[in-house]
Design a protein around this ligand. Sequence first.
Ligand code: HAM
Length: 411
Amino acid sequence: MQSNDNQLSHVSPVRGMKDLYGKDYKSYSKFLDVALQIGSLHCFSVMNTPIVEHLDVFVRSIGESSDIISKEIYEFTDKNGKRLCLRPEGTAAVMRAIVSEKLTQSMPLKLMYYGEMFRYDRPQKGRYRQFRQFGLEHLGDKSPYNDANIILIAHTIFSKLNIKDIAVNINSIGGLESRSKYILCIVDILSSKAKYLSVDSKNRLAKNPLRILDSKDKTDQEICASLPSILEYLSSDEMSYFETVQNCLEICGIDYKIDKCLVRGLDYYTDTTFEIKKDGLAICGGGRYDNLLSEFGGPNVSGVGCAFGIERVCEYISVNIADNTCVAVIPVSDDDMPYAYRVFNVLNCDCKEFIHLGNIKKKLQRANKINCRVAVIIGESERCGNNVCVKWMGSGEQKIIDIDDLNSSVC
Ligand code: HAM
């Protein structure tokens, strides 16, 4: 027999994870409906990858010194000694799958995905250890129009969901050459201020200095604000690429700001990076990645994409939890059960409930409680007359209807 304490501790979900049901599930499903619909409209097709992946899939792509890999990855060794992990994001996993499924000949490829991601971060509002993402990845056809298009699709998803007052922040971190020059410059400046940097950023100075721009520490952020902009280090081709992205956003009437510190927390980005924020929290992030597919042995094909934090977006989705779409079928007595059961199976509406326990008063109370729009009541005279008594719960109006007309009358 286990102690009470033990029982209580494993009744709650694991810290940073939550049960999904009721209103939260409704907004999750509303988000997914809209996102998948807009994704399909833009010719993206679904590819969902496994939750468990080889650890290397992420270490090599996201970068060993990123927070995600160095602190947050849920890794474990399986019974066969393989180093595996729960995926922390979807992009690298989709690249692995493209190579593994031999889809590299079908470029350009437009894929979308959704599912659980895992990061062992400190839980707080909007930050979970298990969370869900919806992502879009467009491979092949490197063009600033495609970068802008991903931002535009994300923007469309938010407006379809009626989520307003979002801030679109964009930046470009250029290619390897210009980024190396910029890194040399900031290492010089930051080394002279090293004693003011957070412990994490001091470590990053040697391992991955660009990551310091992504620091959440206030003092680090103040120091970074005085650094020169990475845009000054872009080649003229990279700059004109970035300007075309901006022109496209302007043509589509999308308000954006350039955030020179927006380098993103994952190492695979090149050129355009972006984040969409609401109330200061990123609800979607993405950018271009030139070398990710080739990291997995695929061709040298560039991609651009983004991912939404579904829990964060759902905070802003309003759903009507009391939507009264349900039709209840109610037999008056046990003798009416077989006929009522047949009627229940004939019903072709979105939501139906067979209420057969208790007396008629209890059954009607139950129909009310679950907010049914209509009750189809079946007593002896209906059973004998091959019809049903339909009661509209809102108005109380009642009508006898032939069973053949039931669907057209109530569904
Ligand atoms: P990310 O910025 O790491 O990018 O995550 C995308 C979104 O996931 C964030 O903007 C945020 O809304 C949500 N998110 C991240 N961490 C958490 C958390 N701990 N709890 C709740 N929500 C969270 C990526 O994952 C890239 N794969 C995006 C991408 C796709 N880039 C190119 N293609």
